[in-house]
Ligand binder design. Structure first.
Ligand SMILES: Cc1ncc(COP(=O)(O)O)c(C=O)c1O
Length: 396
């Protein structure tokens, strides 16, 4: 048996995140788990809100007939109708249950919509830096990735996106709040995006971090502003249930191709092998769709980390949302810097893994006590860079 060339090549290209994982295992063996400070994972460290666990217990205790059976590929009609009510309120659009397809998280939703719209060679625009799995999702369905750089604040650069749209462009993936940068797209930027995203191009708004916004702010509602946007939603991060694989794809009913797209996506959900989203979890999220982890805990860690790094001389802007700090590495070679951090027991993902070298992504899912104990290592790595730059006669 041989592995396909495409998969072998993709695995090689995804090697950064994988390598961090393997390095982490090795480091824990060598140093002891308590001396490894893992900022590399986007896996929520907090437990799900009590309201979610209580809903789960209620749903499991219920005596619903055939509750472990197949269902319509789009999910339980009653669940979809309940969620559509909330969506209609948030977006001002007349959503009904038929417009909501339950999926295995945002990853499932994005794959379903890409499968439904892409022909071989079609182009999908992603905004750099970006969640690296997008590339594989697009290539899964024969698409071509077109990367467009964001601006200095990691907001979409409208002129660049407009120039990148060609007759082969089928979609633009938007992700606010953003992984890896923590940027929240402004309403103004969304209005400008609305002006350039025209039929047949679709905006796929990937929103697993929507409820995770800091300083009491809220992320402007993409579907309210960008008329040709569908929403890939997930409770993985909001409820800290990433292992449960539950989310949805919402297709606004006033989209010209809404009906055809709904049918295609429902079919794609089936033939990609998802069949339907997990049954028990559909009922749970329908009971408490707004339940969210304590964002204050991430904000506290954000402030602690950004303040400390800035005091050491790092360029580490505070993210407005999600749970990542995207900081500049003191030397342009982010991979060399990540190795310096590893020598201090710190695991971070190089910006190169997201398409932007010279940066590193630090996940705030780390425990606060580990974050505090890691700071001396960040300071030593910075000092080492400053010494090397001074020795090389480079001003910094
Ligand atoms: C930007 C982004 N999109 C999608 C996903 C996939 O999330 P889910 O667990 O909902 O499939 C992730 C997970 O890390 C993410 O960061």
């Amino acid at each position: 048996m041989s592995i396909s060339r495409a998969i072998a090549e993709q695995m090689e290209r995804s090697s950064w995140i994988r390598r961090m994982f393997e390095i982490g295992i090795q480091m824990r063996k060598e140093r002891g788990a308590e001396n490894v400070f893992d900022f590399s994972l986007g896996n929520p460290e907090v437990e799900p809100p009590e309201a979610v666990m209580a809903a789960l217990r209620r749903v499991v205790a219920e005596d619903r007939p055939h509750r472990h059976s197949y269902m319509p590929n789009g999910g339980y009609p009653e669940v979809r109708a309940r969620l559509a009510g909330g969506l209609a309120e948030r977006t001002g659009l007349p959503f009904t249950g038929a417009d909501v397809i339950m999926t295995t998280g945002a990853a499932g939703a994005i794959n379903v919509v890409l499968k439904s719209i892409l022909d071989p060679g079609d182009e999908v625009i992603v905004l750099n830096p970006y969640f690296p799995e997008y590339r594989f999702y697009i290539e899964n369905h024969g698409g071509r990735v077109v990367t467009v750089e964001t601006d200095a604040q990691f907001q979409p650069d409208i002129a660049r996106i407009a120039r990148a749209i060609t007759p082969w462009t089928k979609a633009v993936i938007l992700n606010t709040p953003n992984n890896p940068t923590g940027a929240v797209y402004s309403a103004e930027v969304l209005r400008e995006l609305n002006a350039i995203i025209r039929e047949p191009v679709l905006a796929i708004s990937d929103e697993p971090y929507r409820p995770l916004v800091f300083d009491g702010a809220a992320a402007p509602e993409t579907l309210r502003i960008v008329k040709r946007a569908v929403q890939a939603w997930s409770w993985s991060k909001a409820m800290a249930i990433s292992g449960e694989r539950i989310g949805y794809l919402a297709i606004p009913p006033d989209l010209a191709e809404a009906e055809a797209l709904r049918n295609a996506c429902t079919f794609a959900n089936r033939i990609l092998g998802y069949i339907n989203a997990p049954a028990i979890w559909q009922w749970v999220v329908a009971e408490v769709p707004e339940a969210t982890v304590d964002v204050g805990r991430y904000q506290e860690k954000r402030d602690l980390l950004c303040d400390a790094l800035q005091a050491m001389g790092y360029e580490a802007p505070r993210p407005a949302g999600s749970f990542y700090v995207f900081a500049k590495t003191p030397i342009p070679d982010d991979i060399a810097f990540i190795r310096l951090l590893q020598a201090e027991g710190i695991l971070a993902v190089p910006g190169s893994g997201f398409g932007r070298s010279g940066y590193m992504r630090l996940s705030l899912t780390i425990a606060k006590s580990d974050l505090e104990r890691s700071l001396a290592g960040f300071a030593r790595a910075m000092e080492q860079c400053q010494c090397e730059l001074t020795a090389a006669g480079v001003a910094h």
